[in-house]
Design a binder for this molecule. Structure first.
Ligand code: PEP
Length: 247
């Protein structure tokens, strides 16, 4: 299975620095393509210029969220067909920052995934436990519940990527051990057997404080099929080094 490394720029980047970063990564990809698939997920304002900057490089583009509706009276939101139209192939859904800041429930995440797939996008659906859930031994139960309630029925691997992102690991500099990541990813794979059309082929990303220093060890864990990278994706050298660790 080809690994996937997605860079989530979150709400960071103005035109000049965002386009410069995209151009730099495109130049690296053209000069020495990596084995893994690489996707950039800039803020919505930068989707089109980043699409132009990476054209012909083999790098892909993704959005950070979409609405449940394709279009309509939803001020400030973005519809999945608009992402597709801007050049996206992917969209991140159910990120913990959206679940927390925008009170997104599993049901909303599922409806967004339905909308994304209907528009021809691949949904990167995020799941992960909070520190309190982990402390009380509910890590796997949380992840399984989120999968069962956030995924539309029987999506295929072409339409679905799962990102395991422990909430406490995001932006904290802390990560679970490779062994813990392996246990959760194995549980996700097992759970997908009932939820996805081709569970073995669905890519399961790890996300949460992935850095060049830990990427190689984490990439070697069974069922880790790539990374969702936040902070380190804003640094071209770090992001490229993480991607290189995935082959
Ligand atoms: C994220 O927010 O998706 C993420 C993984 O962030 P970071 O890499 O900064 O922990």
């Amino acid at each position: 299975m080809r690994k996937l490394v997605a860079g989530n720029w979150k709400m960071n980047g103005l035109m000049a620095d965002g386009v410069a970063r995209a151009r730099d990564l495109a130049a690296r990809a053209k000069a020495k393509p990596l084995a893994c698939e690489i996707v950039l997920c800039p803020p919505a304002t930068l989707l089109v210029p980043v699409a132009q900057a990476i054209a012909g490089s083999g790098l892909g583009l993704g959005g950070q969220d979409c609405h449940t509706a394709a279009a309509g009276p939803h001020t400030g939101d973005i519809g999945a067909p608009m992402l597709k139209d801007a050049g996206c192939s992917y969209v991140i859904l159910g990120h913990s920052e959206r679940r927390q800041d925008h009170k997104e429930s599993d049901a909303i995440v599922r409806a967004k995934a339905v909308a994304a797939v209907a528009a021809g996008l691949c949904a990167i659906v995020c799941v992960g436990e909070t520190a309190a859930e982990r402390a009380s031994g509910r890590t796997e139960a949380t992840v399984v519940r989120e999968l069962q309630n956030s995924l539309p029925p029987k999506l295929s691997a072409a339409a679905l990527v799962v990102a395991y992102e422990p909430v406490w690991a995001i932006g904290s500099g802390r990560t679970p051990t490779a062994q813990d990541v392996g246990s959760v990813h194995a549980r996700i794979r097992e759970t997908l057997r009932d939820l996805a059309a081709d569970a073995a082929a669905v890519r399961i990303l790890y996300g949460g404080s992935v850095k060049p220093a830990n990427a190689r060890d984490l990439a070697a864990v069974a069922n880790v099929d790539g990374f969702l990278v936040g902070g380190a994706s804003l640094n071209g050298d770090e992001f490229w080094s993480i991607a290189a660790a995935c082959g």
